[in-house]
Design a protein around this ligand. Structure first.
Ligand SMILES: *Cc1c(COP(=O)(O)O)cnc(C)c1O
Length: 446
């Protein structure tokens, strides 16, 4: 007997508390019960299909039910599903650490593992503070984040997040961070270029560092694209300037590549476009191909050495039960294999050019502002001045997109595409055409 989509949906709404959701909205906003996925498509129990144009919250790089990742996981299942990583080690975690280290030219040679992005951010914050403390600089206790930053929603990560919607309710629980200007190129005034905005934003950091550096452990930056605030893009010059300031004032640079890493911005690591390396680099989301929870923090030799001691309390005594899970690491290795075997970064340049061309009518549309693109991320802002309509824009767009077989979830008035790296020519044309149709429908509806 086949259970229909609507049966699954009503059962889900009774017992599953969905993330990032005002559950009452599901009285009007659809909930989709997914039965299976294949390539860029998700299918529900009634056989309807949806093009996963946001890679299932930015994690899925090579499609659903990818044959190569599936095969790697099946093989791993038959040898080792999990073993603790304290006192034990295993081939998948070793190989993954070595490969990631090589991909940074050995600069970030030490990999510490967790399961989700927020935990990676917590680890980087704790490591930074503890490293300074081990070096006799225990006054360095403060963290700096950018306006509009998003680094996750656990208490520590939320403290360096600057998205009011997620943060305000919990303000009293959080240790305040110092918030500096965002280099968001949309903030350009008086004919400024994106580089001018980057310079102005870096001066804000310089002012803060010159007053407070003795108390600041680290600045955390999401390089090139601040995703969760609404795909705010900045010039790579900003990262170079921040790297110089961090060196000059002895402040750690944490880059959060949880969303922008793994080829999303055009290079494997976003910070490669600025030709800099941070002191800590956080990865998650795409690293396992969107298969299994996995996150990690890469760090430099000096950081590692500051913990290396006879004294147990100078060590980094942090752990999660599933740290370095072999299945998740195997999925990551299979993901890196695909990057190599298919020359994915080069293939994405062609895909990106094609989708940008297909979306061109939106760039010139009077109802659109700030059409922008970086690697495999596209975004534009709806010009909607009516406050009530603006407040419901995202939900109305999501519902309309589903009617057109698209999974798209705007952030506020920002529509964005973050598709997996496998779209065919036909899928690219379909995505562009229907995104335009959905936008027309939502803007016209009264
Ligand atoms: C998603 C995200 C996180 C948090 O990752 P979770 O796995 O959701 O905890 C942190 N930083 C950035 C930039 C993200 O996009």
């Amino acid at each position: 007997m086949n259970t229909s989509s609507s049966d699954w949906v009503s059962r889900s709404l009774r017992s599953v508390w969905h993330p990032c959701t005002q559950m009452q909205h599901h009285e009007t906003v659809p909930l989709i019960a997914v039965s299976h996925g294949r390539g860029a498509w998700l299918f529900d129990h009634d056989g309807k299909r949806y093009l996963d144009a946001i890679s299932s919250w930015w994690v899925n790089l090579f499609g659903h039910a990818n044959p190569r990742i599936n095969a790697a996981l099946r093989a791993q299942l038959d040898s080792l599903e999990h073993a603790m990583l304290a006192g034990f080690t295993h081939q998948p975690v070793i190989e993954l650490s070595e490969r990631l280290s090589n991909m940074t030219g050995g600069v970030l040679g030490h990999a510490f593992y967790a399961s989700d992005g927020a935990s990676a951010v917590e680890i980087a914050l704790k490591m930074s503070f503890h490293s300074w403390r081990n070096n006799g600089l225990s006054d360095k206790q403060e963290f700096v984040c950018l306006a509009g930053s998003y680094h996750g929603e656990t208490i520590g990560a939320l403290a360096v997040t600057d998205v009011a919607l997620f943060k305000d309710a919990y303000g009293q629980l959080l240790r305040p961070a110092r918030v500096v200007m965002s280099p968001d190129a949309r903030g350009a005034v008086d004919g400024e270029t994106a580089q001018d905005v980057a310079r102005r934003a870096a001066r804000d950091v310089e002012t803060l560092f010159s007053e407070r550096a003795g108390h600041i452990a680290a600045i955390i930056v999401e390089p090139l694209v601040q995703c969760a605030t609404g795909m705010a893009m900045h010039d790579p010059l900003y990262l170079q300037l921040i790297r110089e300031l961090c060196d000059r004032f002895q402040v750690h640079l944490i880059v959060d590549e949880i969303a922008v890493g793994c080829g999303r911005t055009g290079t494997f690591f976003a910070c490669q476009q600025a030709a800099i390396w941070p002191d800590f680099l956080c990865l998650s989301k795409g690293i396992s191909g969107g298969y299994l929870p996995l996150s990690l923090v890469l760090s430099r030799e000096e950081i590692y050495q500051s913990f290396y001691s006879q004294d147990v309390t100078r060590g980094f005594l942090h752990s999660h039960s599933y740290t370095g899970n072999p299945l998740a690491c195997r999925a990551a290795l299979a993901t890196l294999d695909i990057f190599e075997q298919d020359d994915v970064l080069a293939a994405n340049q062609a895909r990106a050019a094609q989708l940008t061309a297909a979306l061109a009518p939106l760039r010139d549309d009077a109802r659109v502002s700030h059409f922008r693109q970086q690697g495999m991320i596209w975004a534009f802002d709806a010009v909607e001045t009516d406050a009530a309509r603006a407040a419901t824009f995202s939900r109305r767009f999501f519902s309309a997109a589903l009617e057109h077989e698209l999974l798209l979830r705007p952030i506020g008035k920002t529509v964005y595409l973050m598709p997996p790296y496998i779209l065919t020519d036909d899928e690219i044309e379909l995505l562009a055409e229907r995104t335009r149709a959905v936008f027309d429908q939502v803007m016209a509806a009264r």
